[in-house]
Ligand binder design. Structure first.
Ligand code: BGC
Length: 762
């Protein structure tokens, strides 16, 4: 910790703390005992660069364990997976001398096309927030700091450094800020990273409401707000808005701007003092630099955690786990060149990589292989030739011109026909930071391969790799089983083999809906925007909230995931624990013959309140382990927030009085038990003004009766008659602002009387 208060330092020295010395370190102030600290990516491993430095992963970094990226962790629905992963990253950070690890990324998957969805957990803010909080807890328990990113509404890569996310406040609060709010209020992260994009026209890095009013004022954040790398437009405005640390450094240029602004009286020095104190306080975190990475231990951990993330989407006739002994045909380039992480700033230089084919051979008896297609859509002929006819019994394809493609397909079909079961490894070509995807389809060559193999093999299993949703249309019904393997980190190969052979029982569930068509996605018409703006026109109806509310049929709903055993929910009881809080008691049984992990998903459905509510929203979940035949009752608390919406007029979270149905779902589309409770809701009405609708005045519990009396007294004879003949008149003008109602005459109302009633409504 600093030996003296940094605010007491000369202006230029304290300002020097507010930007980086270089790409990854802050500046020291020796006189004050403030050392430089290292901040680096993140989130699912350490990307520490020694020589060339960049924020897109072009240059190498030191080896570190590549744990499962967030897309996988999201599918685990398991806070322990996130916590243990965070702890492992924290431990490696200490060994490598890193003080702050940039992550977790907790942006919401608004569109299946976002090129960075592989770095984010889910389309749901509760799942995202719970996992992100667990990651931060695990990481920070090691003494290093987290950087929760990208704050906020960074939901696309297209034009990411300029685009304005135009989003209404209710949507922002309920969907896009909620995970940040939970993490900040529950775990006190060391830093929060401001996003590149604008929000409603203002750059996130200069957004005072976001960085100061909400983050610090409402949520009590005391740590450092750091810029995304290169994400500051106006340094002085950013500091005034609450952005403490600019990264990377600008060679002193932006420090000089701050000094000039303070000297010119354009910037209050108090901003410099506050920022310098916060940055200096980061030196209280631990960075040890030295010792050995626990390479074997963390590789084993990466494998174990990855098995919890795999989602078994389909398993007709129990084709999985693989019967033993069986003759297995493994097909696809991704079985030998696995995709296990995305590109860009989170690209880790792995300590080792499990090859799926090798891992399958290690567990299986009779395994043949054909390459089938060239991943990436490109091919290096030399490499392909070197591989062709390899001596390990595999049949490899040649290059991938038309004839070669035909030959590869024929080889694949041949080994598929001779096997008991064919396993096709398929997946998205590549995903990388900075670029959104254009569609969600598998490469046509892979689809053709899957269909040809499925026609030839007795049973076919497809293992999908990819950091985002992949369409299953055009081949889904032709295969027996589908495993969503996401990007699982460096031990992906081993983890997939474990699941295929039943060494591990799959327990992942979708954290993101798989639609039938991309065009069904709620954000479809408003993604990625145009002319520098992206309108969040679907509002809170993001992901399953949208699909389910408009009753759109999807291929697999949010929350879907199978197991090698079966579970039933036998009972749901709900007890009220306060005015607007409840506990759901859910009893679940493992009805199959092997141990398994079950995710209890509790949704709340309501139409209460003056806003459009999604048909249901995930409000609690818990992953439990059950032995065959075991029954357990689990209590899931539904706090006040589980019933609220954000009221933009009242500027607060409101529980509307009314009915709330607590639902236990196998997924967001399939509810297996429900109970309805009635909540008294929050008391209080919105204050009345001359612009308030007449109906609000009439129905206000205190003002309404008085208004009716006064109206009666002040009415002309003609109005009284009209009202007698048409008693619905009052209701029919109820949506008119009272100002207009009164201006039409028919009643004499004194201004003082109106003012008195408005005061009464407060
Ligand atoms: C990314 C951040 C990352 C930073 C540093 C930026 O391009 O958006 O997520 O932490 O680079 O590499």
């Amino acid at each position: 910790m600093p030996s003296i208060d940094p605010a007491g330092l000369p202006l230029d020295q304290k300002v020097s703390l507010l930007s980086g010395r270089d790409f990854w370190t802050t500046k020291p102030v020796e006189a004050a005992g403030i050392p430089p600290i290292v901040l680096t990516d993140g989130p699912h491993g350490i990307r520490l660069q020694r020589d060339g430095t960049d924020h897109l992963g072009f240059y190498d970094s030191l080896p570190a364990t590549c744990l499962p990226p967030a897309v996988a962790v999201g599918s685990s629905w398991d806070v322990e997976v996130a916590r243990r992963l965070g702890a492992a990253v924290g431990r490696e950070a200490r060994v490598l001398g890193v003080t702050v690890v940039l992550g977790p990324g907790v942006n919401i998957k608004r569109s299946p096309l976002c090129g960075r969805n592989f770095e984010y957990y889910s389309e749901d803010p509760l799942l995202t927030g719970m996992l992100g909080a667990a990651h931060v807890r695990g990481l920070q328990a090691q003494g290093v700091g987290a950087s929760v990113k990208h704050f906020a509404a960074n939901n696309q890569e297209t034009d990411r450094m300029r685009v304005s996310a135009d989003v209404d406040e209710r949507t922002l609060r309920e969907i896009y800020l909620a995970a940040f709010e939970r993490i900040v209020t529950e775990t006190r992260p060391a830093t929060v990273m401001a996003a590149y994009n604008r929000i409603n026209g203002t750059p996130a890095s200069q957004h005072r409401w976001l960085l100061t009013d909400v983050l610090r004022g409402e949520w009590g954040f005391t740590g450092v707000v750091v810029s995304d790398w290169g994400g500051v437009n106006d340094r002085v405005a950013a500091l005034a808005a609450g952005l403490d640390l600019q990264m990377p450094g600008t060679g002193g240029a932006s420090d000089a701007e701050i000094v000039r602004a303070v000297r010119a009286g354009a910037l209050d020095e108090a901003h410099v003092d506050a920022g310098a104190r916060r940055v200096a306080a980061l030196s209280g975190l631990v960075a040890e630099a030295g010792g050995e990475l626990p390479v074997d231990e963390h590789h084993a951990l990466a494998r174990e955690l990855a098995t919890d993330c795999v989602v078994l989407l389909r398993n007709i006739g129990g084709v999985l786990p693989l019967a033993r002994p069986s003759c297995i045909a493994v097909i696809g380039d991704l079985a030998t060149s696995p995709r296990f992480q995305g590109g860009g700033s989170s690209r880790i230089n792995p300590t080792r990589v499990d090859i799926p084919l090798d891992a399958i051979r290690a567990l299986g008896e009779s395994v043949t292989y054909a390459r089938g297609y060239a991943a990436d859509g490109t091919d290096d002929d030399q490499e392909a030739e070197a591989e062709a006819g390899s001596s390990d019994g595999s049949e490899r394809g040649h290059g991938h011109g038309h004839d070669d493609r035909e030959a590869s397909l024929a080889q694949a079909v041949r080994i598929a026909a001779a096997a008991d079961v064919a396993i096709v490894f398929a997946g998205i070509d590549k995903e990388t930071e900075g670029v959104d995807r254009e569609h969600i389809d598998l490469p046509a060559e892979q689809v053709a391969l899957i269909r040809a193999v499925a026609a030839a093999a007795p049973r076919t299993v497809v293992v999908l790799a990819g950091g985002g949703v992949v369409s299953l249309e055009g081949w889904h019904d032709e295969v027996d089983a589908i495993l969503a393997g996401w990007l699982l980190g460096q031990a992906a190969g081993g983890a997939i083999a474990d699941v295929l052979f039943g060494v591990a029982n799959p327990s992942g569930h979708l954290a993101e809906t798989i639609p039938l068509r991309l065009a069904d996605a709620p954000s479809y018409l408003n993604f990625p925007g145009e002319a520098g703006h992206v309108r969040y026109g679907e509002g809170v109806m993001v992901g399953y909230r949208g699909y389910q509310t408009v009753e759109r049929t999807v291929r697999y709903p949010f929350g879907h995931g199978l197991s090698y055993t079966t579970f039933t929910t036998d009972a749901l009881e709900v007890s009220l624990t306060g005015d607007n809080t409840a506990t759901a008691h859910v009893t679940a049984t493992n009805t199959g013959d092997r141990a398994g992990r079950h995710v209890i998903q509790v949704y709340v459905a309501t139409a209460a309140g003056p806003v459009r509510r999604p048909v249901r929203e995930l409000r609690a979940f818990k992953k439990i382990t059950l032995r065959p035949g075991e029954t357990r009752t689990v209590d899931l608390d539904l706090d006040r927030r589980a019933f609220t919406y954000y009221d933009i007029e009242l500027r607060r979270w409101v529980v509307a009085p009314g009915d709330y149905t607590i639902q236990v779902g196998e997924n967001a589309a399939h509810i297996v038990a429900e109970r309805t409770i009635t909540l008294t809701g929050d008391s209080g009405h919105r204050p009345l003004s001359l612009d308030s609708p007449f109906g609000d005045w009439l129905h206000h519990p205190v003002v309404g009766p008085q208004l009716r009396r006064s109206l009666g007294g002040g009415m002309t004879e003609q109005s009284r008659k009209a009202l007698e003949q048409n008693p619905d008149l009052l209701e029919s003008i109820s949506s008119m602002p009272i100002r207009q109602v009164l201006s039409m005459g028919g009643t004499s109302f004194r201004d003082e009387e109106l003012a008195r009633l408005m005061e009464l409504s407060r």
